[in-house]
Design a protein around this ligand. Structure first.
Ligand SMILES: Nc1ncnc2c1ncn2[C@@H]1O[C@H](COP(=O)(O)OP(=O)(O)OP(=O)(O)O)[C@@H](O)[C@H]1O
Ligand SMILES: [Mg+2]
Length: 286
C-alpha cells in the first residue's frame, strides 16, 4: 500500500497568474495540474522536477490540501483526504508537513525561535511524548487538556533543534539574527515538531548558496534515516534530485511526462524534456 496515492488529480485556475502578479485577461484557464496519477511509497524520496510553471508547487500543495483540487482523489495511508471532515483533516495534517523555498519569508519575524518551533505543538495540543521527556515526571508532562506542559514543550523544542544541528543557545533569538541556512534548519525543526511521516520539500535549497544547500540536502537525508520520513522533493536542480531521490517524476505543463527509478531516468531518459534537463546540468557531486 502506497503512503500517498494520487489519482487523476487536476487543478484548473480560471485565469493564469502572470509573472508580474497581475491577472491576464481573457479566457485562458491554466491547467496547473492536469490529470496526475502517482504513488509515493513509505520511506522513499520522490524527486519532482520540471521547468518553472510546470505545476510542481501546485501538486505539492494539493497533496497537503493547502489548496483544493478541481477534481481527482488523494489517499494518505489509504484514507480519502478529499472526503475527510475538518477534524479528520486536522489529525491528518500532523502527519504531513511542508518545507518552503524561502527561509526568510516562511518564519514569522515577530516570534522567537522557541515559539516558532513550539507553535505546532501548541496548536495541536500535542501529546507526543519523547524519549528526552524522561526527566519530566509523567504526571507533569501533560496538562489536563492533554497538551504538553511548557517544560516538556521546551525539552521537545531543544530535541528538535539538536536534530537539525542547532542548540538551545538560540531559543530566545529572532529569525533575522540567522543566515539563510540556519533559518532553513529552524523551518525544518518546525516541520518535524509533530513527528510527520510525509514531507513536501518545495525547493528547500534553491534560495541558498551551493555549499549551504548541500549541507541542508545532507541534513534532509540524515533526518529521513533517523525518522523514517517520506519526501516529495521538488527542485529545478537535477544534481540535487538525483542525489536524494529513490525515484524521479518529470513534470511538464501540468502533466507527469516521465517517471522511474533515479537510475532509469538518468541513464535512459525517454522524454525530450527530461533529456534537455539532464543535458543542461552537468554531473556535480553534492
Ligand atoms: N493562485 C494561482 N492563480 C492562478 N494561476 C496560478 C496560481 N498558482 C499557480 N498558478 C499557475 O499555475 C501554473 C503552475 O504553477 P506552479 O507554481 O505550480 O509551478 P512550479 O512548477 O512550482 O513553478 P516554479 O518552478 O517557478 O516554482 C503556472 O502557470 C502558474 O502561473
Ligand atoms: Mg514552485
Amino acid at each position: 500500500m502506497p503512503l500517498v496515492e494520487i489519482r487523476s488529480l487536476t487543478k484548473i485556475y480560471p485565469q493564469g497568474e502572470s509573472m508580474l502578479g497581475g491577472k491576464s485577461r481573457g479566457k485562458n484557464e491554466v491547467r496547473a495540474v492536469d490529470d496526475v496519477s502517482l504513488d509515493i511509497h513509505s520511506g522513499e524520496t520522490l524527486g519532482l522536477v520540471g521547468e518553472s510553471g510546470s505545476g510542481k508547487s501546485t501538486l505539492g500543495r494539493l497533496i497537503l490540501r493547502l489548496i483544493e483540487p478541481t477534481s481527482g482523489s488523494i489517499r494518505f495511508e489509504d484514507r480519502d483526504l478529499l472526503g475527510a471532515s475538518s477534524g479528520e483533516m486536522r489529525r491528518q495534517r500532523r502527519d504531513m508537513q511542508i518545507i518552503f523555498q524561502d527561509p526568510f519569508a516562511s518564519l514569522d519575524p515577530r516570534f522567537r525561535v522557541e515559539d516558532i518551533i513550539a507553535e505546532p505543538l501548541i496548536i495541536h495540543g500535542n501529546s507526543h511524548g519523547s524519549a528526552n521527556d524522561a526527566d519530566v515526571p509523567p504526571s507533569s508532562r501533560f496538562s489536563r487538556q492533554g497538551a504538553l506542559t511548557s517544560r516538556a514543550r521546551r525539552a521537545r523544542v531543544v530535541e528538535l533543534l539538536r536534530a537539525v544541528g542547532l542548540d538551545e543557545s538560540i531559543l530566545q533569538r529572532f529569525p533575522h539574527e540567522f543566515s539563510g541556512g540556519q533559518r532553513q534548519r529552524i523551518g525544518i525543526a518546525r516541520a518535524l515538531a509533530l513527528r510527520p511521516k510525509f514531507i513536501v520539500a518545495d525547493e528547500p535549497v534553491s534560495a541558498l548558496d551551493v555549499s549551504v544547500g548541500a549541507q541542508i540536502v545532507n541534513l534532509l537525508a540524515q533526518l529521513q534515516r533517523d525518522f523514517g520520513l517520506t519526501y516529495l522533493f521538488i527542485s529545478h536542480s537535477m544534481p540535487v534530485v538525483r542525489y536524494l531521490s529513490t525515484r524521479i517524476a518529470v513534470m511538464y505543463r501540468g502533466k507527469i511526462v516521465e517517471m522511474g527509478t533515479t537510475g532509469q531516468i538518468v541513464e535512459r531518459p525517454q522524454h525530450p524534456y527530461t533529456r534537455s534537463l539532464l543535458e543542461a546540468t552537468p554531473e556535480v557531486a553534492v
